[in-house]
Write a protein that binds this ligand. Sequence first.
Ligand code: COA
Length: 323
Amino acid sequence: MIRAVITGTGSALPARRVSNAQLAETVDTSDEWIVERTGIRFRHIADEHETTATLGADAARAALAAAGAAARDIDLIVLATATPDQTFPSSATKIQALLGIDDCVAFDVAAVCSGFLYALQVADSMIRAGAVRRALVIGSETFSRILDWEDRATCVLFGDGAGAIVLEARESDAAADAQGVLAVRLHADGRHNQLLYVDGGPSTTGTVGKLRMKGREVFRHAVVNLAAVLTETMAAAGLAPDAIDWLVPHQANARILDATAKKLGLSPEKVVVTVDRHANTSAASVPLALDTAVRDGRIKHGDLIVLEAMGGGFTWGAAVVRF
Ligand code: COA
């Protein structure tokens, strides 16, 4: 059978890093409040030359280099983003042009913070169906451009950044210890649109809009949904939860990560946490955390990793991958 194997990871952050104390100079907040409620210490903010497409292209170049692959070998780019450079064309095609790829399949996927999981399943399915052999799956965001910088309850939580993986077709056996994507499960429940949304768009206001969130209710749903989908996806892969080497969750809030790990009986040492360094980067946060843990040597070939995320919609999902 064909499986999709992660052969390289990469990430990119804007040059400008902003601490909680720097934010407190313009927003009525404090380092203590942000650290205690969220675990966030820094976020990176794009300057006018850095966009979702340029950050995504930088992360993709790093992933290609790690995979030892050339841009011309890529035949699919799936970009997860809620903050495209323009309403259209897709930022995936902008990344394609920046990478100098003349022809491949390229499109964006919109599932907000779960976007990377959605993009991963699309790419995994196309690879296993034999439609493409080598894909770039990218999460890239510039949430700083849709934040209301006067709303302290939201603007302190988010940052900009990008992460990417190269996913390649490999012949594999059906065993659960085989390398590659073993199972993905996705969900959406649009009844909760109004708990986390942007109050604008091309077909409604004709403006870009700003992010709005009922934080406490999002928190409650996140812990329940993430624990449930993780258990479901491990079962789909035919594995018990104690087989997990590393949980690589969406980096929204350290308290959500702690509560989810506790609910699953998972040791906190097995959870990759990077939210302190780059805040919530939406669709970029899972591949950013993955790349961090691969490059610092925590995640090694053969490790069983679980990626999971939850975001606006609500959307949520998880993937079990033998790295
Ligand atoms: N600095 C200081 N005080 C702040 C603040 C800030 N940045 N933001 C809110 N507050 C205040 C509120 O005004 C409120 O004050 P009041 O009690 O005088 O009214 C108080 O802090 C508590 O606010 P509340 O929103 O109830 O806090 P909370 O404990 O729920 O924490 C979040 C807020 C946003 C950190 C928390 O709800 C959360 O993390 N939710 C999930 C959000 C998330 O991760 N979303 C993305 C998912 S993809």
